[in-house]
Design a protein around this ligand. Structure first.
Ligand SMILES: *Cc1c(COP(=O)(O)O)cnc(C)c1O
Length: 368
């Protein structure tokens, strides 16, 4: 009888609304290459983020690669980042010919530990690339102070932080540039999609052109760019989903509150505390099992046996993966707090349509 409960479920508009939105695409036969839907979503997001420049990409990963490429750092330069993230973050650094240097994380927010950044800075360091993990905001003030003192760039992976605000300021407006993912599994989706957000006027042309082979005009190829344009169907999905965003986040909030009510103050269960001055987006519900009767893996398996799919997110740590085993900066033992969390964390099912009855069932299996 029970259907499988996955860790996430994509938000979708009513189908009639999407059909209405894509009709002009049928009429115009203009499917991609910065058409009217692309331009409309870009303009709407500039307002939404309250950020002067937003450039849309076909996915978050290529947006992050372009964000990094836009600084033209010398090959072999070092970028201080977190190992407690999705593989995309680290790959975007490496695929730009740069070297990721892994900094441990803060035990309360799982974001980069700003007290440990300075000791990792070398003459080769050019940037800090932190991640707003689970929508928890990094310590943006401390990071900016460090960056200013050492003349470093700050590039945020804000893939989890759509609609999050710190002291009333949208998460898109910190550091030199921020990347967002609009992947199907994120709080806001364009099926696949992503964006870079920034203030520097001099980067507009470059970041617009990098997603289109570096082509600036009919006879001008000004940069070495790839192909990462958001197409019209993706943009139409985003335009629809943006209309429903506030309601979707409100529903997530109810799920979050029920989880908090049922799992708070239980020995062996550690939850993220709400952050001061932060308006959250309830993107994920991470639980760290520490000093619990059962291991994380046992709890994962028990949930699975009940057709409930939680996620070991993020596990393994990226500095413990085969892809980075030959890097001098690899080794999970160098980032012990991140390793501790990666070995104990589960993100529980979290999406707007998750019923509160299902939340209760999930919690009762865990509490059992
Ligand atoms: C989803 C995600 C990405 C990549 O975004 P895509 O849109 O899937 O390419 C990068 N970093 C983090 C932290 C993510 O969660």
């Amino acid at each position: 009888m029970n259907n499988i409960i996955n860790v996430t479920r994509s938000s979708m508009p009513p189908i009639e609304e999407y059909i209405e939105e894509i009709k002009p695409i049928w009429d115009s036969h203009w499917l991609t290459n910065m058409g009217i839907k692309h331009k409309q979503l870009q303009a709407e997001l500039e307002v939404f983020f309250d950020c002067p420049h937003v450039t849309l990409y076909t996915n978050g990963h290529l947006a992050l690669e372009a964000a990094i490429a836009s600084f033209a750092f010398p090959t072999g330069s070092e970028v201080i980042t977190t190992p407690f993230t999705f593989a995309s973050t680290t790959h975007a650094i490496t695929r730009n010919g740069l070297v990721p240097v892994f900094c441990d994380v803060n035990p309360a927010t799982y974001t980069i530990d700003t007290k440990k950044i300075e000791s990792l800075i070398t003459p080769k360091t050019v940037a800090i690339l932190p991640v707003h993990v689970y929508g928890n905001m990094c310590d943006v003030d401390a990071i900016q102070a460090l960056a200013d003192r050492h003349h470093l760039r700050v590039i945020y992976d804000a893939a989890h932080a759509f609609a999050v605000k710190y002291k009333g300021i949208s998460s898109a407006n910190f550091g030199d540039i921020s990347m967002f993912s609009f992947h199907a599994t994120k709080v806001f989706n364009t099926i696949e999609g992503g964006a870079v957000c920034f203030h520097d006027d001099s980067k507009v042309e470059l970041l617009n052109d990098l997603k289109n082979f570096g082509i600036h005009g009919p006879e001008d190829v000004n940069y070495v760019g790839g192909n990462a344009k958001m197409n019209e169907f993706q943009a139409a999905m985003g335009i629809c989903n943006l209309r429903h965003l506030a309601a979707e986040i409100e529903k997530r909030k109810h799920v979050y509150e029920r989880y908090m009510a049922l799992l708070s103050n239980i020995p062996g269960i550690i939850l993220c505390k709400p952050q001061a001055d932060v308006r959250p987006n309830y993107a994920y519900f991470p639980v760290v099992f520490d000093g619990c009767k059962y291991t994380r893996d046992e709890i994962f398996d028990r949930l699975k046996a009940h057709d409930i799919v939680a996620r070991k997110y993020f596990y393994p740590l990226i500095n413990a993966t085969k892809a980075y085993q030959d890097y001098p900066t690899a080794g999970a033992e160098k980032t012990p707090i991140a390793a501790h969390i990666a070995n104990r964390v589960l993100t529980l099912p979290m999406y707007s349509d998750l019923s509160l009855d299902d939340v209760e069932r999930i919690c009762s299996i865990i509490l059992d």
